[in-house]
Design a protein around this ligand. Structure first.
Ligand code: GMT
Length: 375
């Protein structure tokens, strides 16, 4: 089967899920054609079943804003025809689902039928998509996709609450490829980061406002006041400067390291003791799941789909958004006793195993096969 995957190429979130899904499908002998405006971050290897098609941005003086959706739709038409694409799977509704629908209609007129699967990831529904600027197009795109999936029960509920939906939404959770995300022996990393055997806390994100990274720093300041510890901040984004200023103000700058964007995140997670996720909204929290796969328990907010991943009192703890004291108290409970920490670490791994790619991939295959039967 030939599958087209339309996604963002960026680190984290929907782009990572799309890329990992494509890689896994290619390993099962599907031909996978990625369509994006640049090479997805984790698509940095050779596989004879994987193809990448770049959407080249056409610049013209009249276009203050390049009409990306139109360019993407035209590219999809071309790729579907040239590569006999059987299924087009788009990740993140805006503008991928509407561009795919436009392409589908054009192809239909030429006698080519290509079913569209739209996977909703989070901010395409919760933050950006429900804004009146996008809502009618997002509602239309969901209703006219041939199949729709959401990465958590919570995201499905949000979609039904915020949009006028007549379509069935299948929940297919995000997944972990354990051949990559597994605890590795990296003692030299640990020694370099925490030479006095301090506890190592970590946060990874795109440093957008929705992540409330300032809360990570505030929680860490309360923890560092009580036990020797270090904080690694991985990623980059618009809030980075504000976070750096806050680090200085709170006086914990010397114990915080900004690592920027990291490719081999699993190597760093392997030496960490606790993951902090303080988001305002989070449809799933893939970053937390990746940490758990590397045996790192999670202190998080209880928003969106996070409770479907992080289990209260088992793999970590969940607090209300902004409740810094509660998050710090829970973190100290886990970190203060090595036997408690060990239990949480092993629980985190066990819970992550329920999201093993081998369990989740067949759910997507089932969706594809049902659509093929109907075609
Ligand atoms: O905002 C982000 O974190 C990126 C965003 C995306 O769609 O690119 O991530 C969303 O999708 C991820 C993969 O399904 C989920 O794990 C994240 O929870 C979700 N982010 C939010 O809901 C804020």
């Amino acid at each position: 089967m030939n599958i087209g995957i339309v996604c963002y190429p960026t680190f984290g979130g929907s782009g990572v899920v799309a890329t990992e899904l494509g890689k896994a499908l290619a390993a099962k002998n599907y031909n996978v054609h990625f369509i994006s405006y640049s090479q997805p971050a984790r698509l940095d290897f050779f596989n004879p079943n994987v193809f990448f098609h770049e959407v080249s941005i056409y610049k013209y003086p009249l276009f203050e804003y390049v009409p990306y959706e139109t360019i993407l739709a035209s590219k999809i038409v071309d790729i579907v025809k040239q590569n006999k694409i059987d299924i087009l799977h788009v990740h993140y509704a805006i503008p991928h689902a509407s561009a795919a629908l436009m392409a589908k209609n054009i192809l239909e007129e030429q006698g080519i039928h290509v079913p569209i699967v739209t996977t909703l990831h989070g901010t395409d529904i919760t933050l950006v998509g429900k804004d009146p600027t996008f809502e009618p197009v997002v509602s239309y795109s969901i209703n006219h996709s041939d199949a729709v999936t959401a990465v958590s029960e919570s995201l499905k509920r949000d979609t039904l609450n915020n949009f006028h939906i007549q379509k069935d939404i299948h929940v297919i959770p995000n997944f972990i490829d354990f051949s990559r995300f597994t605890k590795q022996k990296k003692e030299h990393f640990k020694k370099a980061i925490a030479p006095l055997n301090e506890k190592i806390l970590v946060h990874t994100s795109n440093f957008r406002k929705v992540k409330r990274v300032e809360d990570v720093v505030k929680v860490f300041a309360l923890i560092a006041d009580k036990i020797p510890s270090k904080l690694l901040l991985i990623g980059d984004g618009p809030e980075r400067t504000n976070i750096e200023l806050l680090c200085r103000e709170t006086g914990v700058c010397d114990r915080i390291t900004f690592l920027g964007k990291q490719e081999q995140i699993e190597e760093i997670l392997s030496v960490c003791d606790l993951f902090l996720l303080t988001s305002e909204t989070e449809s799933f929290g893939l970053a937390a799941l990746e940490a758990m796969a590397c045996e790192v328990p999670v202190i998080s907010t209880n928003t969106g789909g996070i409770p479907e991943v992080n289990v209260e009192g088992i793999t970590g703890f969940l607090s209300d958004v902004g409740d810094i004291e509660s998050m710090a108290k829970n973190a100290l409970y886990i970190l203060s006793d090595d036997s408690i920490l060990k239990t949480f670490k092993s629980n985190a791994l066990k819970q992550a195993q329920s999201f093993h790619i081998d369990k989740i991939l067949p759910m997507y295959e089932e969706v594809y096969k049902n659509l093929m039967k109907q075609s």
